[in-house]
Design a binder for this molecule. Structure first.
Ligand code: NAD
Ligand code: SF4
Length: 425
């Protein structure tokens, strides 16, 4: 514990007290405090009251959607894995790296046993004997905290052989990434776990069918797995939390020009406008110009009333909200995003490797007032062709922000073409 680096100050607020119940203060909750505040009672309930199949049905009925960004129904993913013979693996994707996303780290750093409890219950439901947590290399404190929490859980019989005196045995190992965003893509993550270069595999087959070492593997995000103890505790009452079809708590990392940047827990019927208000509103009482939603896209002020759910008209994704105000240049923000995708492209597909580079070069020209309408047409062409000819989520989403800015902020693009941006000069 002495070796654990100082945790960064991140503001945390919750109107629900579920996922963030123990995570409000900037410190790690140890196993004693976790137990005295109800921790590991969901695991005891799961092992005493439910069969593995009961747990899978509970998760299916909860309609829990994956919190890593795609919103795929968790119960359905588990069911797919169960259709394939053991051995099965459980992998927790803790390679949180999407621009502006820092929600999973709050659970890992402050309430690690919540994640471990979720993983142990998931392991029981899936008939898995081994679980892995793949944590991004830039979370050194999180890595040490998880290692320590695993040791605590083993000492108290929650992990290892014959958990709590039952015939269920399960172990968890933590694996550190080395700083590549692409290793958050689930198949690249599995390659990396196997000790190979982190390049995505073609899907299908999905990991649920053929994952780690070619065996059925469930890859779930940190926040998704942390919902499992809550589902087991609340059972059918879980469906009273949040709007129909999008049940359960959700974490929203909010940053940029807001009064109180931080991680917020709310139900998914909260709108983007309400979320920004929850974060204290725009800094200095200014107007929202744009919201960058991680890799998902860019929204205008007149779209702020959308719900933060996974419906076609909802915000979706990881819930990442980066707020730009009236004095921010949208092209400046776009340059940061395109530089990121160019840098992080693994290079396996030529349209992604070259296209992300070209996107960034054209935007640099635009910023300098040297781009032409022909360049903008080429940007549009790239926005269609990079995703159409790429094999993984990075290539699919790399042009999202670019095409949104071209479509939703034409006046900003035009001002830069004329070299007359009010903000850049
Ligand atoms: P996806 O929609 O292709 O898949 C989502 C999940 O469902 C995967 O686990 C996949 O294996 C599973 N799945 C889908 N169809 C299936 C089927 N027929 N059978 C079995 N399983 C199936 O999305 P993706 O490419 O895995 O992920 C993209 C998302 O990741 C984006 O929304 C992006 O926002 C997000 N992302 C998040 C971060 C982060 O830091 N949290 C980083 C990068 C990307
Ligand atoms: Fe690599 Fe991009 Fe192809 Fe994904 S789309 S495999 S990141 S080159």
């Amino acid at each position: 514990r002495d070796k654990i680096p100082h945790l960064p100050e991140i503001h945390v607020e919750s109107s629900l007290n579920l996922l963030l119940r123990r995570a409000k203060e900037n410190r790690t909750v140890d196993i004693e405090e976790y137990e005295t505040t109800g921790g590991y009672s969901a695991l005891k309930k799961a092992l005493n009251k439910f069969s593995p199949e009961d747990i899978v049905v509970l998760v299916e009925e909860s309609t829990l959607r994956g919190r890593g960004g795609a919103g795929f129904p968790t119960g359905r993913k588990w069911r797919f894995a169960l259709m394939n013979p053991p051995p099965r693996y459980l992998v927790c994707n803790a390679d949180e790296s999407e621009p502006g996303t820092f929600k999973d780290r709050i659970i890992i750093e402050r309430d690690p046993h919540l994640l471990l409890e979720g993983m142990i219950i998931a392991g029981y439901a899936l008939g898995a004997k081994e679980g892995y947590i793949y944590i991004r290399g830039e979370y050194p404190a999180g890595y040490l905290i998880l290692e320590n929490a695993i040791k605590e859980a083993k000492d108290r019989g929650y992990l290892g052989k014959n958990i709590l005196g039952t015939d269920f045995s399960f172990d968890i190992k933590v694996y550190r990434g080395a700083g590549a965003y692409i290793c958050g893509e689930e198949t690249a993550l599995l390659e990396s776990l196997e000790g190979k270069r982190g390049h995505p595999r073609l899907r299908p087959p999905y990991p649920a069918q053929s994952g780690l070492y070619g065996k059925p593997t469930v890859v779930n995000n940190v926040e998704t797995l942390s919902n499992i103890p809550i589902i087991v505790t609340y059972e059918a009452y879980f469906m009273n939390i949040g709007p129909s079809g999008f049940y359960g708590p959700k974490l929203f990392p909010v940053s940029g020009k807001v009064e109180k940047p931080g991680v917020y827990e709310a139900t998914m019927d909260i709108t983007l406008r309400e979320l920004i208000e929850m974060a204290g509103g725009v800094k200095g009482g200014k107007q929202v110009k744009a919201v960058f939603a991680g890799a998902l896209g860019v929204y205008r002020e007149d779209e702020l009333d959308m719900p933060m759910d996974y419906s076609p008209k909802g915000f979706g994704g990881t819930g990442t909200t980066i707020v730009l105000d009236e004095d921010d240049c949208v092209i400046d923000a776009l340059l940061v995003v395109t530089q990121f995708f160019h840098h992080e492209s693994c290079g396996k597909c030529t349209p992604c490797r070259i296209g992300t580079y070209e996107q960034h070069q054209i935007l640099k020209k635009l910023k300098e007032g040297k781009a032409t309408h022909k360049d903008i047409d080429y940007l549009r062409h790239l926005s269609q062709n990079i995703p159409a000819n790429s094999i993984c989520g990075l290539g699919f989403s790399a042009p999202n922000a670019v095409s949104d800015v071209l479509r939703k902020f034409p006046e900003e693009v035009e001002a830069h073409l004329k070299g007359k941006c009010r903000i850049c000069g």
